[in-house]
Structures are given as structure tokens and as C-alpha cells.
Design a protein around this ligand. Structure first.
Ligand SMILES: [Zn+2]
Length: 414
């Protein structure tokens, strides 16, 4: 298409849809509490389907509870060109994390529909189930199962704190949407793009509106157990102590010196550190702690993570230690032509843009296993997310929808 024939999205309608969605599970503090497949989350799905049916779009559900809203193309045998994200939130979460990716995709389909553009490929909005992992673990459950990264039966057997299974919840969703066509997991997708608030401050700091996401961080994680000896805190002199706390903190300090970079891109976190037995007057005989290391380059991530066991060993004395290298996730890279198409769309509409990594996990990571995929970020006030204060600006949300709309048109026309 020539540059000025891409139809403009309807910013007001898109913002209104955000406000309508924010009422479902809305909290007094101005956030949204809508955990995966609770009655609120199912209500959000039903509302989306009402909007879709008013447009003549069809709806499909897969056995994992992923939902797809579809505008048919001229060749229905082709796999869909797709965009979307998730409707679930963290406990007392915000009005934008997830739902913005769903609503910008929906706005793109509405815009294309109103403009009367016929596409060869079908267009779809994908709503991936349980992205947050707050009610059921793991996170990104729906997209991971869809692409065969995790096992469906295992996922459906996962329970929340009330012992309700994911399987039961998916049945509830299906009951609420009797009109939904069945869809098999792994049904091919031609292309997928997800928009999301950045959840960081890079765009806010630079003043750019569009982040063309080049890839996602990978992580390595370790469980470390330091075994010393419980002893009386008053009677045991330093020379006779096997203080697991002292050894463990020496390890964490030594790691901090190595797991460090000038660019401030390396993410080294100890989010859990248990001191046992936990008596005020007991020299601790055991410490269990967890290292989470994230970086965007696999070679560097692995080189540094591989040093962790040796660093810990060299600071264990006089304690013993055990370390478990738990399953990791490799950094991933989105295809270059997807990144450049985001930049081109931003350029076309005069939105400032920059390339960036995603420091959080998203459904696009999994979908990228089966088709070309990408992500578009928009600014997020002070980087605050997973919080009632989460905020995005109407014009930024509209910019994301515009970029998505342009890209869907290009990908679906060919
Ligand atoms: Zn999200």
C-alpha cells in the first residue's frame, strides 16, 4: 500500500474499550484484579466476543482456554495473521498490562474492517490464557501449551489455592461461550505480533513512543543450599562456628562483583534467602537461597552463569554447599524483518521509535517458536506495572494500535 492509504485507527474507541474492560475486576485504587479464568476474566472474554460478533467476526476456543477472534480472509485455507496478548492481571494489577495487546489487536481488526480492506489471510486476535501465572503456575501457560512447549494434560491439572483445576476453569469458559468453534492446539499461525506496555522507563526517558522489540532476555537460575552447624550464639566463638549465613553472604557478595556490567543490562537477583533454623540466638546451620540471572545475550549469560557454582564453592568454607542449576530459558531474538516493519510503521506516522529488549517474559516468546513474531512496546508511566497505579497515555495506546494495524495489513495482503 502507498504510505497514505493505511487507515487510521480510532483512538477514542480504543480508549473507551480500555475503560470498559477496566471495570471488569476494577479495584477501588483504580487498578484491575482479574486473575486467569475467574468469573471476572471470563466476563472479559464474553465482552470481547460481544464486540467481535457485532463486527461479524467469529470466535474459536482451544482446549487450553486460548481464544481467537477472526476476520475471514479471501483464502480461508491460509493460516491467520495474528495479534493479541492476555486479559488476566496480577492481583491488584493495572489497566494496561495484557489488555492493551488484546484491544490494540481488536482495534486493528475493526479499523481494517471499517476501511473495507480485503485481506488474503484471515486476521485474528489471540487471547492467551493465564499469562500472568498468578492464579495457576506456570506463567504464559496458554501460549506455551499452544506451541507444544508444555503438556496440555499437565497444565489442565494445575490447581489454584482453592484446589480448583485449570481444566475446570477452561470448561467454565467454554460454557460461557457456546458459540465458539473448537480449535486444535498448534493450529498454524502465519505471523504474530503483540503490543504491550514497556513496564520499564526507557521510552519514558527517551521520549519515544514505539519500542521495536528485538528480543527477550533469557535466564539462568540456581538453588543453593549452604550447610553449617546450629550453635549457641553466646557460647560459640567465631573460630568454632560453621555459620551458614556468613558463608552465604560471602557468596552473594562475590557473585555481585562478577555479575555486573557497565551498561546496567545484567540482572542479578536473590529474591529468596531463608536462614534456618531462624532463632535469634542460634548461629544458623543452614541457608537456602536462589539466584536469578538474566541477560539478553546467550553466550555472555552462559559464561557468567557457569562461574556461579565455582564462586559459591570458593566461599563455602567452613560450611558445605550444594548447588542445583535449574531449568533455564535462552534469550531469544525476533526476526529482523519484523523489527524493521515496526520501525517503518512508526516512521510512517511520525512516532519516535527505538530498538529495545524485553526484560520481561511475554506470550510472543512462545508463539515465536511456530511463526515469525514480534513485539511493540509503548511507554508506561514511571515504569510502574503489576500495580494499580499502572498508566499508559491514550495517544500511546493508539500509536501501538496504528503500528499493529499497518503491519497486519501488510502481512495479510501478500
Ligand atoms: Zn503482560
Amino acid at each position: 500500500m502507498s504510505p497514505n492509504t493505511y487507515p487510521s485507527v480510532n483512538a477514542e474507541r480504543l480508549w473507551q474499550r480500555h475503560m470498559d474492560m477496566a471495570k471488569i475486576g476494577g479495584t477501588p485504587g483504580g487498578g484491575v484484579h482479574r486473575l486467569a479464568l475467574t468469573s471476572e476474566d471470563i466476563e472479559a472474554h464474553v465482552l470481547l466476543v460481544q464486540w467481535a460478533e457485532a463486527r461479524g467476526f467469529s470466535v474459536a476456543l482451544d482446549p487450553m482456554g486460548n481464544m481467537f477472534l477472526r476476520r475471514e480472509g479471501s483464502d480461508p485455507s491460509l493460516p491467520p495473521v495474528s495479534s493479541g496478548s492476555h486479559t488476566d492481571t496480577q492481583p491488584n494489577g493495572g489497566r494496561f498490562d495484557g489488555i492493551t495487546g488484546v484491544l490494540t489487536a481488536f482495534e486493528a481488526l475493526e479499523t481494517i474492517n471499517e476501511a473495507g480492506i480485503e485481506t488474503r489471510y484471515p486476521l485474528e486476535v489471540a487471547i492467551w490464557n493465564n499469562e500472568e501465572g498468578a492464579r495457576f503456575t506456570p506463567a504464559c501457560m496458554g501460549s506455551a501449551a499452544y506451541v507444544g512447549f508444555t503438556d496440555l494434560d499437565d497444565m489442565l491439572s494445575r490447581k489454584d489455592q482453592q484446589d480448583t483445576t485449570m481444566g475446570t476453569c477452561v470448561e467454565e469458559l467454554a460454557k460461557a461461550l457456546p458459540q465458539a468453534q473448537p480449535r486444535d492446539l498448534g493450529t498454524p499461525i502465519a505471523f504474530f505480533i503483540e503490543s504491550h506496555i514497556e513496564q520499564g522507563v526507557k521510552l519514558e526517558t527517551s521520549g519515544n513512543v514505539i519500542g521495536a522489540v528485538t528480543g527477550m532476555q533469557g535466564y539462568r537460575r540456581f538453588e543453593i543450599e549452604v550447610i553449617g552447624e546450629d550453635a549457641h550464639s553466646g557460647t560459640t566463638p567465631r573460630s568454632r562456628r560453621k555459620d551458614a549465613f556468613v558463608a552465604a553472604t560471602d557468596m552473594t557478595r562475590a557473585m555481585r562483583e562478577v555479575l555486573w556490567d557497565d551498561e546496567d543490562e545484567m540482572r542479578y537477583t536473590i529474591g529468596r534467602f531463608d536462614v534456618l533454623p531462624g532463632g535469634v540466638s542460634v548461629v544458623p546451620g543452614q541457608v537456602n537461597f536462589y539466584v536469578d540471572l538474566r541477560y539478553h545475550d546467550k553466550a555472555t549469560l552462559d559464561r557468567l552463569a557457569d562461574e556461579i557454582p565455582e564462586i559459591c564453592k570458593s566461599h563455602a568454607d567452613p560450611c558445605e554447599m550444594r548447588i542445583v542449576d535449574t531449568p533455564s530459558v535462552d534469550p531469544m531474538v525476533f526476526p529482523e524483518d519484523v523489527v524493521t516493519s515496526i520501525e517503518a510503521a512508526a516512521e510512517r506516522h511520525g512516532y519516535g521509535h527505538e530498538r529495545m529488549y524485553s526484560y520481561a517474559g511475554h506470550d510472543a516468546r512462545h508463539v515465536a517458536r511456530i511463526c515469525p513474531a514480534g513485539m511493540v512496546f509503548i511507554p508506561c508511566w514511571k515504569g510502574i506495572s503489576h500495580n494499580e497505579a499502572e498508566r499508559a497515555e491514550p495517544e500511546h495506546v493508539a500509536a501501538a494500535a496504528q503500528v499493529i494495524s499497518d503491519i497486519l495489513i501488510d502481512r495479510a495482503a501478500a
